[in-house]
Design a protein around this ligand. Structure first.
Ligand SMILES: Nc1ncnc2c1ncn2[C@@H]1O[C@H](COP(=O)(O)OP(=O)(O)OP(=O)(O)O)[C@@H](O)[C@H]1O
Ligand SMILES: [Mg+2]
Length: 147
């Protein structure tokens, strides 16, 4: 069993920055490819981080993202400053969305982001404080099949 950190890096995301939206998750995906993880594992990490990144762009002011990979685990933490989530249980429900008409025109707002993050991760931790921000901890185990 080897828990040595293979890779660790921080990124930042700016809210409302739709022109760069998706770039952090794209970078995370290429780092994980470079390390050589299983494509199914990389796909899950990429989906989860893309959805979390878009939520920061749409609903927060800025975020720090911390990626940490070991041979057995990929951890991606999104810590944002922003409006926060008043009711996390409600936010997790498929179809629940507070997206504006403008966001819906861009193709967002299906209310599927958080449920997809949950589906694609082995553990998801969310904590939030209204008016302060939200913290999302995504854990993906590398030693299991796509699920
Ligand atoms: N980082 C965040 N800060 C504040 N609110 C958030 C954040 N992430 C999610 N939310 C809230 O939770 C709701 C549900 O998020 P979710 O990602 O599931 O759906 P969505 O972003 O509205 O639509 P989709 O992801 O399908 O485009 C959002 O509409 C928003 O109200
Ligand atoms: Mg979303």
């Amino acid at each position: 069993m080897n828990d040595d950190v293979l890779y660790s890096q921080e990124f930042s995301i700016l809210g409302k920055d739709f022109s760069n939206a998706g770039s952090v998750s794209t970078e995370i995906k290429s780092i994980l490819k470079e390390i050589g993880f299983d494509p199914a594992v990389i796909r899950r990490a990429a989906i989860a981080s893309y959805e979390a990144e878009m939520n920061v762009v749409m609903y927060a002011v800025r975020a720090v993202v911390r990626l940490s990979a070991t041979p057995r685990t990929i951890e991606i933490e999104f810590e944002d400053e922003g409006q926060g989530i008043a009711d996390i249980e409600q936010a997790m429900v498929e179809g629940f969305s507070t997206a504006t008409p403008e966001m819906r025109e861009m193709g967002f707002g299906a209310g599927m982001g958080l449920p997809n993050i949950k589906k694609n991760s082995d553990d998801l931790r969310i904590s939030s404080e209204v008016g302060k921000g939200t913290k999302l901890g995504i854990l993906i185990r590398t030693n299991q099949a796509d699920g």
